[in-house]
Structures are given as C-alpha cells and as structure tokens.
Design a protein. Structure first.
Length: 307
C-alpha cells in the first residue's frame, strides 16, 4: 500500500492563525512525502524514515505496540507509538499482522515544508482515523498544515470559537477552511529562500504566547490575507507583505527579518512560518543573485511550486 501527501507553505497568518486570524497556505507541488506499507519480516512492527540524504530515523515496536524495542530517536519513537496506539484502539484489525512502515520525503526535512503534518495526513489516509485527533496527540499546532496536506490545494484557513479566544489550541475551536485560487501572475518575481536554519515550531509558539495579539491586529492580518489572495500586481503584493511583517514584528516585539539581516535588499522580504528560520519570501528578480552572494544555496521560484 502506498500513500502520498504534499508539503506546505504558510504565505500569511503566521502565529496569528492560532488566535483566529485568516491564513493563506499552499501545498508545495513536487515536494511531499510518501508512506509505503509492507508485511514485516518478524513479529515486530518496523518503522523507517528517509529523506534525500538517506535514512534519518528507524524504530521497532512490539507487536502489541506497548514497547519500543529500539529507536534511533526515542522522543520521535514515542510520538509514533502514541499515534499507532490511538489508531489501534479505533481499528485493531489494521494491526492484525506485523507491519513495516516506510516514509520517504523528497525534500530536506529541515526545510520546514511539513514533514510532520504530511505524515499525520498519510497515517489518517491509511487508517481512516480523524486527522485532527492524530495531530492533537502528536505534534499539535494550529492544524493549517494538516488541512493543506489533506486538501492538496491552496486554502484560506481559520480557527473559530463560539467563545472569546484565550488559549490557542485548535481542538477547543472549529477549524474551517476553503480552497482558493492563488496563482498570481507575478509569481515568477517571487522567490523562496531557505535560511539554512531549522526553526523549532513548538518553541516558537511558546515564545509567541507571551506576546498575544490584539483583536485589531487579528483583523488586520485577516484583511491582508484576503487581499493577498485577490492581489493582481507585484507592487500591491509587496505593500501587503510589508504591512504583515510590521504587524507581526509589533506582536513579537522583534525586528523583521529584512530589518535584522537584509536591510540593503531592494525588494520586500517576508518570513514564512515561525520567525527565525526555515524559508523566507523575497520579491524581485534580483533575489537569486543577491541571496546566492550571501551563501544561500536553496532558492525556489514560487511559480514552480504552485499548481
């Protein structure tokens, strides 16, 4: 059995999505993860994970899943064990024989393209388990990345609650999303640059919770997100992402990535996802030469990862 799920990029709404702001997220065409299932060769469940550099994780579990027999990373194995036990409680027949799970990423897992969320989507597809339940007991987060992996299209995502939003936990709210068309005619002028730094999303969220946004800031981010979707020219897009950066900067009480690292860049720059690592977005055809000259080797054009 084989399954596939795409990776993701959060174009707008980082952090603020946890508190009800509308966010625009897209699947990364050509960059995703596969899950392959085989019969195990012995009376244990085997798990192996690969990315372009080879195997990066492996674990072996007892047939009843109550024991981790071996693991290259114990904390990762515990998360997988918890998910598998949940699946087994709701559909025991799936584990009526020893299984060999093999996951294959076709992108560097340090990129922040959604190796965890695409994994949860894959396990949900295989087991027919509620995807957000699996996310809740494993990696957590706002859930937008899981929605993208399930939808496999650009989406407008929002967490809603009938009560005043206080704790940014999606299970206490209603996650809603809809497919949108996002393929700007100026996409060839937008580049995605990997900063050679992997950001820990959990740590970033914990830090963010010390600086929660106001209702007005949430509304502003939502309006920017909707405007980005409808945007028809590069100049307007640049103004929108500049304003977005200013708002998140005020919330986090830290300079924007452009102010801090690339103040001499002539185009606009926006963080994608957790600030401080992973990918950034830069506008302008000068981006490839500018960032290559500063040691950034991974530069993607937005038009190449949009449907």
């Amino acid at each position: 059995m084989k399954f596939y799920a795409p990776g993701k990029l959060l174009i707008s709404g980082e952090y603020a999505v946890l508190n009800g702001a509308k966010a625009l997220a897209i699947p990364t065409v050509g960059y995703g993860q596969k899950l392959e299932l085989y019969d195990s060769k012995d009376e244990t469940h085997l798990w192996q994970s690969y990315d372009p550099d080879g195997q990066w994780f492996n674990a072996r579990f007892s047939l009843d899943l109550t024991h981790i027999l071996e693991a290259s990373n114990t904390s990762q194995a515990v998360i997988i064990q918890q998910v598998m036990l949940y699946i087994k409680r709701h559909n025991a027949r799936l584990f009526d024989r020893p299984l060999h799970f093999k996951t294959i990423l076709n992108f560097n897992r340090k990129w922040g393209f959604g190796s965890s969320s695409s994994l949860i989507a894959l396990l949900s597809k295989w087991s027919q388990s509620p995807p957000f339940d699996l996310l809740d007991i494993s990696f957590g987060g706002s859930g937008y990345d899981l929605a993208v992996a399930l939808q496999d299209q650009p989406i407008l995502y929002q967490l809603k609650s009938p009560k005043k939003m206080v704790a940014p936990i999606y299970r206490e709210k209603q996650a809603v999303w809809q497919s949108v068309r996002f393929k700007p005619v100026f996409a060839d002028h937008i580049f995605l640059i990997y900063r050679n730094v992997k950001q820990n999303s959990r740590e970033a969220i914990q830090s963010y919770r010390k600086h929660l946004p106001t209702a007005h800031q949430i509304d502003q981010i939502s309006q920017i997100t909707e405007s980005i979707i409808e945007c028809r020219d590069l100049l307007s897009f640049e103004k929108l992402i500049e304003k977005h950066e200013q708002i998140i900067s005020a919330i986090l009480q830290r300079p924007t990535v452009k102010q801090e690292f690339f103040s001499d860049y002539s185009g606009q720059i926006k963080s994608l996802g957790a600030w401080g690592g992973d990918f950034i977005l830069a506008t302008g055809l000068q981006a490839p030469n500018y960032f290559k000259s500063r040691g950034y080797a991974t530069i993607l054009n937005l038009k190449d990862i949009l449907r």
